[in-house]
Design a binder for this molecule. Structure first.
Ligand code: ACM
Ligand code: ZN
Length: 693
């Protein structure tokens, strides 16, 4: 701990910090780290930190506590202590304080899925650095998935020769792959140990195993062949539970994993196991019969219990997702409650240890903001909701509550193809989770946290770490106005510097400075863009509103609304509408509450001022088309997963007939039409261009 502290201080301050072993002596002008058994009440992770004019003293009963004392010491220093090199012109001072601190929970976890996208050994180390800065102590390394097997297993080389390579992802259709050699794993484990982080490796079974089955199809029920997963979701092919080879394979794999990871827990997944293949497999059905199992759920329970027995025999504890409760939980298993908290409650009540990681509060693959966020899997988890999380359910008695080891945030990476995006999704939400798992419940206060977090933005920026700097508030989406209108933009925190533009350019240091007391005047159709900028120059993503000045007498399109059921986009020309009217904006609003079995036709004229090539994009699940004049520019005939289709057309300045048709067969309709053209970035079809006549 002392060596790492000295190295970091030398690196950023340039001071010649030395490490001396000096038990029993009194030192001045020093940072003193001392284990002190008189502080046993603080536990191994607790510490006392006192800073006087003469020295800094960090004491703990154990090295872990010294490490956490050092992390707090960094937080008292200027943010540049996180810089990768010497930070010039900094006055390296810290306040005189006395802090006594200890964590509330022993499992302060963060997970990373390296299966959907692979992240390098060095990126994983950076993840560990970030966790350690905020005193997280468990890194759940999700090493195997349908879309990739990431850990070298000497006995089964095809796992990484075949299983580590994915021909395309749903994110961008490009190939993706990679794996860690056992050498790499040892290096990462050593690195984590030095940061007082325990790695919990996850080897998924019986489901999420398509990459393994692509490598060794004989371990499936059908025999394959299989490809490493390209699409993301719940995949039917899983390890065959009737085949002895499956268990000898998994025991061999786990034996190598056990040799690599010194921590007590091994995660075996267990989530999202469809039972279809087992239902149709002779071997699986035979197993059900010979073991006297009631059904396939009990077969899953048999599977996990058998693996748990193996792990126990090797001195390891099994942890699995809450589906391992199905059909009866294995005797010593620990449950990770992700589908809400009920699995965790059930497990704790029956005497099992639990890690809480409900999607509602702990899934960091969900969106952090309502507008203008990078594409994510879905869901909405703003930082205040993470902060509000209480890991101990009210339903538990004090004794049962002792089984709640802590909580964990999960980062599933189907929609994160580079590590800086992982950092963006992780931060600053992990800071909220870090307080949830460290601080006493009664000391948590979001108001206070939202002030205290602000200096951490510069700290993360100094460390070259990406994060979501909160953008200005009040913007997002589209807005129709009928006269010049004042638009209020709110700084995301007091004293935040907010810069904005109305000419379509990206706001920068040179753009207009927002005066929070004065709204911004939108005199016409403009795209109002704003961003937060830190003193160091780090900027937030752009928040924006497309403002359209329209005249309700002159603008809009005529719509016709039809009901019926069609297999594909119908020709609406000769059908009789249920109702007609005028809209100023293309949306499904005329269908009101109808969820499926309808169609819409929008008709009128589009006024184009700048000649050139225009590209129109339709985002729908079901069919839609857009025509300008006699040209059908875009058509999406059928019923697909949500997707984009686009088409291009050259237009001279002038007014053209426009016609947009849409039909809704399945539920969850969506219709977005955007356009980009000369001097114009991609945006929703501008309402000020649309006319009924
Ligand atoms: C999970 O999110 N399938 C554990
Ligand atoms: Zn089978």
């Amino acid at each position: 701990v002392a060596e790492d502290l000295a190295a970091k201080l030398r690196q950023t301050t340039g001071f010649p910090v030395e490490v001396l072993k000096a038990a029993g002596k009194t030192y001045e002008n020093a940072i003193i780290l001392r284990t002190n058994s008189n502080l046993a009440r603080l536990g191994d992770e607790g510490y006392m930190l006192s800073v006087s004019k003469r020295a800094v003293m960090i004491e703990s009963p154990a090295p872990a506590g010294l490490f956490y004392g050092v992390q707090t010491f960094y937080q008292l220093l200027p943010p540049q202590v996180e810089a990768p090199g010497i930070a010039e012109g900094i006055r390296w001072s810290i306040p005189c304080v006395r802090i006594e601190d200890r964590p509330r929970f022993r499992w302060r976890g963060m997970h990373l899925d390296v299966g959907r996208h692979f992240f390098s050994k060095d990126e994983v180390k950076k993840y560990i650095d970030i966790l350690a800065l905020y005193k997280m102590n468990v890194f759940h390394w999700h090493l195997t998935e349908d879309q990739g097997w990431r850990i070298e297993i000497k006995k089964y080389p095809k796992l990484t020769e075949i299983g580590a390579w994915r021909r395309e992802t749903m994110f961008d259709g490009t190939p993706s792959g990679g794996f860690y050699t056992q050498e790499d794993v040892r290096e990462v484990v050593g690195y984590a140990t030095r940061h007082f982080i325990t790695i919990v490796p996850e080897i998924e079974m019986p489901g999420h195993s398509q990459a393994a089955l692509a490598s060794y199809p004989e371990l499936s029920c059908s025999g394959g062949p299989f490809k490493v997963g390209m699409e993301w979701g719940v995949i039917h092919d899983v390890f065959c539970a009737g085949n002895e080879k499956t268990f000898s394979f998994l025991e061999d794999v786990l034996s190598e994993v056990i040799d690599l990871f010194p921590g007590e827990f091994i995660h075996v997944g267990g989530d999202e196991v469809p039972k279809l293949r087992w239902q149709n497999c002779v071997k699986c059905q035979e197993r059900i019969k010979t073991e006297g199992l009631a059904d396939e759920k009990e077969l899953q329970s048999y599977f996990i219990k058998r693996v748990e027995k193996f792990l126990s025999s090797k001195g390891k504890r099994l942890v699995g997702w809450d589906e391992i409760l199905e059909g009866g939980i294995a005797p010593n298993a620990t449950v990770m409650s992700w589908r809400g908290v009920s699995g965790g409650i059930e497990a704790a009540k029956s005497g099992h240890d639990v890690v809480m990681t409900p999607t509602t509060h702990c899934y960091f693959d969900y969106y952090q903001g309502r507008f203008d966020e990078p594409r994510a899997i879905g869901g909405f988890l703003p930082i205040e909701k993470v902060y509000s999380y209480e890991p101990v359910p009210a339903e538990l008695t004090a004794t049962e509550a002792k089984h709640i080891l802590g909580a964990q945030g999960n980062v599933w990476t189907e929609y994160m193809d580079d590590f800086s995006h992982v950092e963006y999704m992780l931060l600053p939400r992990m800071l909220a989770l870090s307080e949830v798992v460290w601080s006493k419940k009664e000391l948590r206060n979001f108001q206070d946290f939202s002030v205290r977090i602000v200096p951490h933005y510069e700290r993360l920026a100094a460390g070259n770490i990406n994060f979501r700097l909160p953008p200005p508030e009040g913007l997002g989406g589209k807005k129709l106005i009928q006269a010049p209108t004042a638009i209020s933009i709110y700084p995301p925190f007091p004293q935040a510097e907010v810069r904005y533009t109305t000419d379509g350019t990206e706001p920068s240091r040179e753009s207009s400075l927002l005066n929070p007391a004065n709204p911004v005047e939108a005199a016409g159709s403009v795209i109002l863009k704003a961003r937060t900028i830190l003193p160091s120059g780090r900027m937030s993503r752009v928040a924006k509103t497309a403002i359209s000045l329209i005249d309700p007498e002159l603008n809009g399109l005529e719509y016709s609304y039809y009901e019926g059921s069609w297999p594909m986009l119908p020709d609406l020309t000769d059908l009789t509408p249920v109702k007609t009217g005028r809209v100023f904006d293309i949306s499904l609003e005329p269908a009101a509450s109808k969820k499926s079995g309808y169609a819409l036709l929008f008709k009128g004229y589009i006024q184009v001022d700048n000649p050139g090539e225009y590209k129109f994009t339709i985002t729908t699940k079901d069919g839609a088309s857009l025509s300008i004049g006699d040209n059908e520019v875009v058509r999406n005939n059928g019923v697909f997963a949500l997707g984009e289709v686009c088409g291009k057309i050259n237009l001279a300045a002038g007014k053209y007939p426009i016609r947009i048709s849409y039909f809704q067969k399945s539920e969850d309709g969506q219709l977005e039409i955007s356009c980009e053209g000369p001097g114009m970035e991609k945006q929703a079809l501008p309402p000020q261009w649309l006319f009924p006549k």
